[in-house]
Design a protein around this ligand. Structure first.
Ligand code: NAD
Ligand code: UFG
Length: 360
């Protein structure tokens, strides 16, 4: 029996694949590589010494999905695949509704068709919108303030409806706070295309000299130093939460949402300081205008995950910064680095990987 990982070549999915393989699970990856590189998959194999099947299939390709389920004995799905850029979702909302919502509808239809009714879904703290109270608990009011957030909310709702209609479904909805960091080997990490939208990859690129300075989006928030506070969670801790969620749904029917965060908030200035310490580099910054849609404070109450999933974040802010810096320094151009081209990376467009599986 295998776990299907949609979006397994992406930032969080690749870390989850490593932990799944190391825990002895069989893994099948499905990805269309729209925001990732097949090189990540080679790195997963190098790190774990384990082989796994990979399908270059789009969630919107229903025949392709059926092909994956017909060729593999799948017990559960970790559903990471989706588009995640908030700004882009405002400019091209239909692309987000199509990819994220319709893609998930197709996936669930095919799961149902093949009797696979276990899913761990990648939701986001964005479903809390501007939270009325922090730390945020799972029963807080849900709302979305942009199309990306609305796709997450719609998917959460459609998953509830699926369970209402068929109580054999077992679904864990994980609401991630701010994933950062990289695998401690420095072999896999976050590889944003173009200018990073998020704080940590931006800081890392400034430290590496790829960008001259960071813009701190507002220093007049009602917080300890005036800058925005977030709950940064190490991506390996986040990956491990998925293993716990898989164990949980094995034992519990129903649909449950869990906050996946540390419960501790850090400001932008604290993150800059921590990164300077970890990297030994100075991070020049200027204070600029607040970014539209940003909130002052966002951090989790992670008690439910601790008590029900038996999961707790273990890696602190120093590990988050050190591991990000190791990944950034070892891979200045992400997965496009020179050493990878010498290893003849798998071609995205190769007919071999179009829909048929390739084994890594
Ligand atoms: P990512 O972009 O690195 O990974 C997503 C992967 O899904 C990519 O490999 C992409 O190629 C693939 N994909 C996208 N659309 C697809 C489709 N139609 N068919 C097949 N594959 C497709 O993103 P990530 O940071 O690893 O995020 C994973 C999930 O977690 C996403 O659903 C995202 O919304 C959610 N999430 C991320 C964050 C964050 O800050 N990174 C926070 C909260 C929630
Ligand atoms: N920030 C800066 N400068 C930058 C980038 C960010 O000062 O160049 C600040 C932001 O204003 C915010 C903090 O750093 O105070 C964190 O910003 P990120 O963009 O890293 O993260 P967000 O909390 O804004 O958003 C992230 C994901 C969203 C998700 C949300 C909640 O990008 O997709 O967490 O999970 F919805």
């Amino acid at each position: 029996m295998a776990v299907l990982v949609t979006g397994g070549a992406g930032y969080i999915g690749s870390h989850a694949c490593v932990e799944l393989l190391l825990s002895g699970r069989d893994v099948v990856v499905l990805d269309n590589f729209s925001n990732s590189s097949p090189v990540a998959l080679k790195r997963i194999k190098d790190l774990t010494g384990k082989s796994f099947r990979v399908y270059n299939v789009d969630l919107l390709d229903k025949a392709g999905l059926e092909h994956v389920f017909s060729e593999n004995d799948i017990e559960a799905v970790l559903h990471f695949a989706g588009l995640k850029a908030v700004g882009e979702s405002v400019s091209v909302p239909l692309k987000y509704y199509r990819n994220n919502v319709i893609g998930t509808v197709y996936l669930c239809e095919v799961m149902q068709q093949y009797g696979v009714k276990r899913m761990v879904f990648s939701s986001s703290a964005t479903v809390y919108g501007v939270a009325e109270n922090v730390p945020i608990t799972e029963d807080s009011r849900l709302t979305a303030i942009n199309p990306y957030g609305r796709t997450k909310l719609m998917i959460e709702e459609l998953l509830h409806d699926i369970y209402q209609a068929d109580d054999e479904w077992r679904i864990a909805v994980l609401r991630y706070f701010n994933p950062v960091g990289a695998h401690s080997s420095g072999k896999i990490g976050e590889d944003p295309k173009g200018t990073p939208n998020n704080l940590m990859p931006y800081i890392a690129q400034v430290a590496a000299g790829k960008r001259p300075q960071l813009s701190v989006f507002g220093a007049n928030y009602p917080t300890k130093d005036g800058t925005g506070i977030r709950d940064y969670i190490h991506v390996v801790d986040l990956a491990l939460a998925h293993l716990k969620a898989l164990e949980y749904i094995q034992a519990h029917a129903g649909i449950e949402a869990f906050n996946i965060g540390t419960g501790v908030g850090y400001s932008v200035l604290e993150m800059i300081n921590a990164f300077e310490q970890a990297s030994g580099k100075t991070i020049p910054y200027i204070v600029s205008e607040r970014r539209n849609g940003d909130v002052a404070l966002c951090y989790a109450n992670p008690d439910k995950a601790r008590s029900r999933l038996k999961w707790q974040a273990k890696r602190d802010i120093h590990a988050m910064c050190e591991d990000t810096w190791r990944w950034q320094s070892n891979n200045p151009n992400g997965y496009q680095s020179v050493s990878d081209s010498r290893q003849a990376p798998i071609e995205k467009e190769s007919p071999l990987v179009k829909t048929a599986a390739f084994l890594l």
